[in-house]
Write a protein that binds this ligand. Structure first.
Ligand code: ATP
Ligand code: HSE
Length: 293
């Protein structure tokens, strides 16, 4: 069987809407096998145990691109990435499916071609690029190509994913975004995304709080997440370096220095007082990206 491990990803990272993303050490593992006929999906909830399964539909698109006629497919899923929580579960399924199909068909596509196909399926490149390549990436799409570059994040940064017990699909979360934004909001974000990247590479972590600010999506989406403002306030009060909405939400991501364990205890205690259940997961950057094992 072919085994593919794909990391979770946190996209946008504040002002980098649809272009910044980071791979984190939380994983989905998929096992693939070509069988005589049909589709056999194991390890998955009933809702996705059918032909519409995103892993399977992504495999089919890859087989089509390559021109490979498959007989049947078995997929076994071990998923630790929570679904529709802003941690790149869909990108992990797409990347896993495309890589699995490419392996079955004889490793025809290059990593760049895998990226291109996965972005076509996902619709934006910010989760897909770090899921494939690992680390933190900038990725943009023009008419025919995906351009990406890795950001060399300075050592010592810890990610705290605050994951609620409710879901928010990317589709729902994109639906509340405006069609147009004021010019000054565009200027606001351009400056901050540039500052964010230099602060991260130079290790100027004191700049992260300001550079995580955003006017393209968080102000609209924050309203969909109960206690968003209170949690943001508390992250600041407990001394985190910055906080942003992970992907399309509802997970909120706090940044802190990895030597400061007090933040973790403080925020965990506070989240327990809220109406919804919130779990806090301390995470590190995954530098490897998707791997065939
Ligand atoms: N383990 C899984 N098995 C099958 N399908 C899955 C699995 N995990 C995710 N999916 C698919 O991905 C969809 C969730 O994707 P969605 O874009 O809404 O959220 P996300 O990718 O978790 O968050 P974000 O894009 O904000 O990081 C599910 O509705 C389902 O179609
Ligand atoms: N950039 C995407 C990430 C989630 O898939 C969004 O914010 O909608």
């Amino acid at each position: 069987m072919i085994k593919v491990k794909v990391p979770a990803t946190s996209a946008n990272i504040g002002p980098g809407f649809d272009c910044l993303g980071v791979a984190l050490n939380l994983y989905n593992t998929f096992y693939f096998e070509e069988i005589e006929k049909g589709l056999d999906i194991q390890g998955c909830c009933e809702e996705f145990s059918n032909e519409n399964n995103l892993i399977y539909t992504s495999m089919k698109k890859c087989f089509e691109r390559i021109g490979y006629n498959f007989k049947g497919i078995r997929i076994i899923i071990e998923d630790d990435i929570p679904l529709s929580r802003g941690l790149g579960s869909s990108a992990a399924c797409i990347v896993g499916g495309v890589i699995g199909a490419n392996e079955i068909a004889g490793k025809v596509l290059s990593k760049e071609e895998i990226l291109k196909l996965a972005v076509e399926i996902e619709g934006h490149p910010d989760n897909v690029a770090p899921a494939i390549f690992g680390g933190m990436t900038v990725a943009i799409q023009d008419e025919d190509n995906i351009h990406y570059s890795k950001i060399n994040v300075a050592k010592g940064l810890k990610f705290y994913a605050m994951i609620p017990d409710f879901t928010l699909s990317t589709k729902e979360s994109r639906a509340v975004l405006p069609k147009e934004i004021p010019y000054k909001d565009g200027v606001f974000n351009v400056g901050r995304v540039a500052l964010l990247i230099t602060a991260l590479t130079n290790g100027e972590f004191h700049l992260l709080k300001t550079s995580c600010d955003d006017k393209l999506h968080q102000i609209y989406r924050g309203k969909l997440i109960q206690d968003f403002d209170r949690i943001k306030e508390k992250c600041e009060e407990f001394g985190s370096l910055g906080m942003f909405l992970s992907g399309a939400g509802p997970t909120l991501m706090a940044l802190d220095e990895d030597k400061n364990s007090k933040f973790y205890d403080d925020i965990k205690g506070f989240l327990k007082t809220l109406d919804n259940k919130w779990e806090v997961k301390p995470l590190d950057i995954d530098f490897s990206g998707a791997m065939v094992l």
